[in-house]
Design a protein around this ligand. Structure first.
Ligand code: GLU
Length: 329
């Protein structure tokens, strides 16, 4: 029998591989739990797999112990991933291979533009270093640290509209000419998120990406990289962002979002389901009571599994609200 979600995708059962890809810059907060839960439920409602990837490509932002804390929070919420997680910091050799492929296609170049120079241009990257393609071919294929960034040449300097369909937000168009050549390896030799995410999604066979709408602007770049590498683009679904009620800023570690409390698992899951516009199971009020004597039921693994099973059976991505939501509690 088709799940609700499979019916919504046109009635065809397709192979589905989803993922959650947290950056270990701190513990999960309510916004990141929302992305974890939505991507998990969407995968399970499609009888798919749900993979975990630790996105520690920016090692300067990695917080010691954060990966472990993230895994513990997922497990406490009964969100168990399939297979072994991949860790981006283990994958430099693979990213170098991809750089070599792009260099051979003359799609990348070394860039030594100073921040000052770039600030003088208000629009996309002006292309000042594009002429370095040939001259720096050898460097682009080398593994030694370079003192220059490497940019991807988006390929179209004239306005040209392209589209992709977001499962939540609908058709999205972008102008390739306005995107600008973007950095795929940084001046400090660290690989950029845009490159790592495309390579990892492809290597993990990801068919569906469910993530926060703060990454919507990155999607066109990722699609262009996928095309250059001959990869099929996954389907995308960008979730509404949770914002702080005071100033509407995105809930994030930077804006002081508190860590998820693993002793309130039932409340956390029910709140996230509500924020995702999903049907809630009937949970006796005594369970969600904040009375100290009831605290243990808020972490009852069987109760959480029952709530998740209900959420999978009733999952409907069309019910996810489109606009950002305010946190009311
Ligand atoms: N690592 C990113 C983050 O934690 C998510 C990247 C993605 O889902 O593509 O915000």
């Amino acid at each position: 029998m088709l799940s609700t979600a499979a019916k919504h995708s046109g009635g065809q059962e397709q192979r589905y591989i989803g993922r959650f890809a947290p950056s270990p810059t701190g513990p999960l907060h309510q916004g990141s739990l929302l992305a974890a839960l939505a991507s998990f439920l969407d995968a399970k409602a499609h009888d798919g797999k749900w993979l975990l990837r630790i996105e520690d490509v920016d090692q300067h932002r990695t917080v010691h112990g954060a990966s472990q804390a993230i895994c513990e929070t997922l497990e406490a919420h009964q969100l168990f991933w399939d297979g072994t997680p991949i860790i981006q910091s283990d994958r430099d050799a693979r990213y170098i291979e991809i750089l070599q492929q792009l260099a051979a296609q003359e799609r990348i170049f070394y860039c030594n533009c100073s921040r000052k120079l770039l600030k003088q241009h208000s629009g996309p990257y002006p292309g000042s270093c594009r002429k370095h393609k040939q001259a720096h071919y050898r460097l682009a294929t080398a593994t030694e640290p370079a003192s220059h960034a490497i940019r991807f040449d988006v390929g179209h300097k004239q306005p040209r509209q392209e589209q992709f369909i977001d499962r939540i937000l609908g058709p999205q168009s972008f102008d390739i000419g306005a995107l600008g050549d973007f950095i795929i390896r940084r001046r400090d030799s660290l690989f950029a998120y845009q490159l790592a995410v495309v390579v990892d999604d492809a290597d993990q066979g990801i068919t569906d990406i469910v993530r926060g709408a703060d990454l919507l602007d990155s999607t066109p770049w990722q699609i262009l990289l996928q095309r250059a590498l001959g990869l099929k683009s996954p389907r995308y679904a960008h979730l509404p962002l949770l914002v702080n009620s005071a100033d509407q800023s995105k809930l994030s570690k930077q804006t002081g979002a508190p860590a998820i409390d693993n002793s309130q698992v039932v409340t956390n899951v029910l709140r996230a389901l509500h924020q995702l516009g999903q049907a809630l199971p009937i949970v006796p009020p005594s369970v969600t009571s904040t009375a100290p004597s009831k605290r243990s039921s808020l972490q009852d693994p069987q109760l959480v599994r029952d709530i998740l099973a209900h959420a999978i059976a009733h999952w409907d991505a069309h019910k996810i609200p489109i606009s950002p939501q305010l946190i009311t509690d």
